[in-house]
Design a binder for this molecule. Structure first.
Ligand SMILES: Cc1cc2nc3c(=O)[nH]c(=O)nc-3n(C[C@H](O)[C@H](O)[C@H](O)COP(=O)(O)OP(=O)(O)OC[C@H]3O[C@@H](n4cnc5c(N)ncnc54)[C@H](O)[C@@H]3O)c2cc1C
Length: 574
């Protein structure tokens, strides 16, 4: 039962993109008599910033579609007033909260007029702003952070009118990656500069990131890692070059995507509890330290302690912001449905790949000194005979002691998002690897294999934990291959596959799997053997055959050739 008797309850919402409109709309659904006002300092409300890269790419030509309903109605103040029945004030900035009198001072940016708006419940949904590093030249023309509709329109306009050719992207996070694809498909020459030693550094382990880097290179995107941008140079007010600590890159458009910072100043000034690292602190119902003031979306530290790391988590994503909006509205209406938290699930498209992560990476597990086992599986998302079948690599991280899934990374040409979401659900429901292996997932050839890839990945990791499979992770395999002269590299693929492509390496021995049992005498027993194939399965079977023949020093390369990082990459620190 909702608290509908709260007739005339005045709810003021600050911020009008994701969390704000979600909260306001749901409050009006739950409490039709509530007086809801939403204020937004920009001119546009309720738009999908997530769609900006796809507009830039040219998948649709009217940026206004991002602020329209599926039937083409613009979500503007008139729409919210008439359809959702709450008042929306645009170009209206909240300046100060007076908690004693329960008023917010706002300024109408067009006229400069100021006014006090009263509230019974206040919702702070002020989002985050892109970090703009204080670099010389950062304010030059054609340098953008890509947060608002106008920035995207301006960029597309400049590319078309000025014939821009070279783009430099600062930061290789998911927005940088999506923009790399968008600008590349617009015909620009794209270079990504990243200070750290891999792309998607907060998102993926290095071995998975290396596969993304390889794919970017195939698509013509140049990725410069470990380089720090020092300055942007211009000519007649327009950007012309990006100077790093190693080189100068010609650039006539620059996208800065190095993260976001929560807009928590209004809350801080009002004395609400905020994290020293930034972000308004809220409880499970998204209430701030003042119980009549709620907050959600990108301006809060999530009302949740990460179940694995034990630390508060900041996840500035639309998926989370909208859920916060629902939790806030529910609580104001008297529905007790606490926010259950997030494990940091994110997914993005990078050219032909779907790239996703949920939970923790192996890298983070190591930093936290957790007792984990990681495993990599590679294969096709659906049977190979189906025309749309595509390769996929899944990396799972699990607690050794509890045998529970702690994290998953998926990289797929096929349907990776489905597997990521199964993994996210499994973590959410605290599933063990054994349970994941047996979830009753649907199967028909257009959608899956009889045992879905995510279940197979769980089985592979279980085999490893149970001491049945002796796998070596791709990154470690590459490191050993790059550094260990005494290694035996046992390729067990068919002669046809071998002829099409094989390693040029004097340590290589090619024995097709079908002949292995008879030819074990050709292999040394006193050297480490890495068995491998295209995706890992035959490499694993080779390990089983050799173990049965008394060979102890055999490990199979998990994910096979598909997941193996390029030569030389394993020798770097990581
Ligand atoms: C290019 C891009 C791609 C993205 N892709 C994805 C994706 O694929 N998946 C995903 O989950 N997320 C994605 N995101 C993130 C997602 O857009 C944000 O997490 C989401 O918009 C946050 O919503 P919010 O309501 O918390 O804040 P915001 O969207 O930041 O909105 C807050 C609003 O509050 C207003 N405001 C701030 N202070 C005041 C004030 N004092 N007075 C009045 N108004 C104020 C701001 O002007 C702003 O419009 C993407 C973001 C970008 C930029």
């Amino acid at each position: 039962m909702t608290n509908q008797s709260n007739e005339g309850l005045r709810v003021l919402v600050v911020g009008g993109v994701a969390c704000g409109p979600k909260t306001a709309s749901r409050i009006k659904r739950l409490m039709p008599k509530a007086e809801v006002t939403m204020v937004e300092k920009e001119g546009v409300v309720s738009y999908g910033a997530c769609g900006l890269p796809y507009f830039v790419e040219g998948l649709f030509s009217d940026v206004a579609m991002l602020s329209q309903t599926p039937v083409g109605v613009t979500r503007d103040p008139v729409f919210f007033e008439s359809v959702k029945r709450f008042r929306t004030l645009v170009r209206c900035q909240a300046l100060k909260i007076d908690r004693d009198t329960k008023k917010v001072r706002v300024r109408f940016l067009e006229s400069g007029r100021e006014e006090d708006l009263s509230y019974d419940k206040l919702v702070l949904a002020m989002g985050a702003r892109p970090v703009k590093p204080p670099l010389p030249g950062i304010d030059l023309e054609n340098v953008t952070c890509m947060r608002h509709l106008e920035e995207a329109s301006k960029l597309v306009d400049a590319v078309e009118r000025q014939g821009l050719k070279k783009a430099v992207l600062i930061g290789a996070g998911y927005i940088g990656m999506e923009m790399a694809e968008a600008l590349c498909k617009r015909g620009l020459e794209v270079t990504v500069v990243e200070m750290l030693d891999q792309v998607l550094p907060q998102f993926l382990d290095r071995d998975m990131a290396l596969l993304v880097e390889k794919h970017l290179a195939e698509k013509g995107v140049k990725v410069l890692l470990g380089q720090r941008v020092l300055a942007l140079d211009g000519d007649q007010g327009r950007v012309r070059a990006v100077r790093t600590d190693r080189e100068t890159l010609a650039a006539d458009v620059v996208v800065v995507a190095v993260g976001v910072r929560p807009n928590d100043e209004l809350a801080r000034e009002a004395g609400l509890a905020c994290s020293p690292k930034g972000g308004i602190i809220v409880n499970g119902y998204c209430q701030t330290s003042d119980t009549d003031i709620y907050s959600g979306g990108d301006c809060v530290v999530n009302p949740y302690i990460h179940p694995i790391t034990g630390a508060p988590i900041y996840v500035p994503l639309g998926s989370v912001s909208n859920k916060h909006g629902r939790v806030i509205a529910n609580h104001i209406a008297g529905l007790l449905s606490p926010f259950p938290g997030v494990t940091g699930t994110g997914v993005c498209k990078i050219f032909d790949y779907t790239v996703g992560r949920t939970g923790i990476t192996e890298k983070l597990a190591e930093q936290l000194n957790l007792d984990i086992e990681a495993g990599v599986w590679a294969g096709n998302d659906i049977p190979h005979y189906m025309p749309q079948s595509g390769p996929m690599v899944i990396k799972l991280v699990a607690s050794r002691r509890y045998r529970k899934l702690l994290g998953a990374q998926v990289l797929a040409v096929g349907d990776g998002a489905k597997r990521l979401d199964v993994a996210a659900s499994a973590i959410f429901f605290d599933a063990t690897l054994d349970q994941i292996g047996y979830i009753d997932l649907g199967y028909a050839p257009p959608f899956s294999t009889p045992i879905d890839p995510i279940a197979t990945a769980a089985h592979v990791l279980l085999n490893k934990m149970n001491g049945i499979a002796h796998g070596i992770l791709p990154f470690e395999a590459r490191r050993r291959m790059d550094s260990d002269k005494d290694l035996v590299l046992l390729d067990v693929r068919t002669p046809k596959e071998y002829q099409e492509m094989h390693l040029e390496d004097e340590r290589l021995v090619h024995i097709p799997l079908g002949q292995l049992e008879k030819r074990v005498g050709e292999l040394p027993r006193d050297r480490d053997i890495l068995s491998f194939c295209k995706i890992g399965l035959r490499g694993y079977e080779a390990q089983c055959i050799l173990n049965a023949a008394g060979f102890d020093r055999v490990r199979f390369v998990e994910g096979g050739f598909l997941a193996l990082p390029p030569k030389g990459s394993g020798g770097l620190t990581g």
